[in-house]
Design a protein around this ligand. Structure first.
Ligand SMILES: Cc1ncc(COP(=O)(O)O)c(C=O)c1O
Length: 438
């Protein structure tokens, strides 16, 4: 029995009807990866309005780590919604917010004293991490990296690297944001992690100056930029330099956090303890919640009333987050992420052995990617990535692409997906590579 159920072509007639209505009602600027309209979703599958069932290798972009309709999360949200939906934590506060903060202070790397503040989206939390770093240091500059993605608000657009589609036509951008070179092992021709850190630090010292620098913000494993895992020693080298220079080291773990990479936070793979850590996406099973957690002396540098927002730490989202944390810990989902890594990498490595258009297979846990190139070279092949993804979509497998060059297939399924569902999805990908002419 297959996990997929394909009753119509994809998209089916009912999806096409709604897509027509979308064109007439929703701004064109909001794109969709697959115009297949969902009605329900669970651990590893999404059902559409035509009754088709698709295998989900995207988790709504790294959000539904514990699944899309996990009973613990549903029950927690249902209990909370029956009590109250909102009072605003800045008006009459409530315990679940405090409890989420306590749990995050405990779960994030480092056993130093920490504080947490909650927001709604990843971009909002990244902006607030910068506010906190500036308040703490009294400095203004922010360093980010090549291929980085930090969001779509004005400051986070400035921090994001790729112009089209994220920044094109939307300037001017926030000032005092500087970009340094990343460690990108597939394209760095032998440069090791410490060497790549020295290269970045040299750029920062020459072009920004440590004394002007409030924060260095980095994704421990880059998300939209191409699931790039920096060489060992790169993050640690940067973190050491930040400590020496009084620069706040901020880990943007919006995509890599919350068990996705086989650790609660990806920084742990490199033994790095960030000063501030930004969480979102996987934190609340699909309800909008984000957080900044960090050293108490930094977090508390901001004056009273300087942090907040109407909905930040909404009680429904907090109830969901507490249930997500329990689910991850009680169901050993961190270990499951490691199993998912072995299964996916095993399948991709086999494919790579017979297809030299797969230049690199990389990633950690359930955050794995294949970088596609012109056969036998390192020249990016975004056209191939698009053809493979389109084939998978037509066959009922939700696959996302990413990367500065648009040539990376990324695999980030819910951690509760079954091995059988994963194998079925990768059988489709095998067919896709076999079918696309070289
Ligand atoms: C690393 C990283 N930072 C920030 C963001 C922005 O998060 P949001 O879309 O919730 O604003 C994202 C979203 O993809 C991300 O991957």
């Amino acid at each position: 029995m297959t996990a997929r159920r394909l009753l119509t072509e994809l998209p089916g007639p009912r999806s096409n009807e709604i897509a027509q209505r979308k064109s007439g009602a929703v701004a064109d600027g909001v794109g969709t990866t697959m115009p297949v309209y969902a009605v329900r979703a669970n651990g590893g599958t999404v059902e559409d309005v035509d009754g088709n069932v698709l295998i989900d290798l995207g988790s709504g972009i790294a959000v539904t780590t514990v699944g899309s309709s996990t009973p613990r999360v549903i029950d927690a949200v249902r209990r909370q919604v029956e009590e109250f939906t909102h009072t605003c934590f800045m008006v009459t506060p409530y315990e679940p917010y405090v409890e989420v903060a306590e749990r995050l202070n405990q779960l994030t790397p480092g056993d130093h004293d920490k504080r947490t503040v909650l927001f709604n989206s990843g971009a909002e939390a990244v902006e607030n991490a910068v506010k906190i770093a500036r308040a703490h240091t009294g400095r203004q500059a922010v360093v980010v990296f090549d291929h980085a993605y930090h969001g779509r608000t004005n400051l986070t657009m400035a921090m994001t690297a790729k112009s089209m589609p994220y920044k094109h036509g939307f300037g001017p951008f926030a000032p005092e944001v500087y970009r340094a070179p990343l460690s990108y092992p597939f394209r760095d021709s032998g440069l090791d992690g410490p060497g790549a850190a020295r290269r970045a630090i040299d750029v920062i010292e020459k072009q920004v100056g440590a004394d002007n620098l409030a924060a260095l913000v980095i994704e421990p494993i880059q998300g939209e930029g191409g699931f790039i895992v920096p060489a060992r020693g790169f993050l640690a080298g940067l973190a050491d330099w930040c400590r020496r220079e009084g620069v706040v080291f901020v880990a943007d773990e919006v995509q890599s956090g919350f068990a996705r990479t086989g650790k609660m936070f990806a920084s742990e793979h490199d033994g790095v303890v960030p000063d501030l850590i930004v969480s979102a996406k996987g934190i609340a099973g699909g309800l909008p919640l984000s957080a900044v957690t960090g050293r108490t002396e930094m977090m508390n540098a901001v004056h009273a009333g300087g942090l907040g927002g109407t909905y930040g730490g909404n009680p429904l989202a907090c109830a969901a987050a507490l249930a997500v944390i329990d689910t991850i810990l009680e169901d050993d989902l961190i270990d499951r992420a490691v199993q998912v890594e072995h299964l996916i990498k095993g399948r991709l490595e086999k494919l790579r052995a017979r297809d030299d258009r797969i230049g690199d297979v990389r990633g950690r846990g359930a955050m794995v990617a294949a970088e596609l190139v012109l056969a036998g070279t390192t020249e990016p092949d975004p056209g191939l990535a698009k053809q493979i993804a389109t084939y998978a979509h037509q066959q009922g497998v939700i696959v996302l692409t990413c990367g500065t060059y648009g040539n990376v297939l990324r695999f980030l399924p819910p951690l509760v997906i079954s091995d059988a569902e994963l194998h079925e999805a990768f059988d489709v990908l095998d067919e896709a590579f076999a079918g696309v002419a070289r």
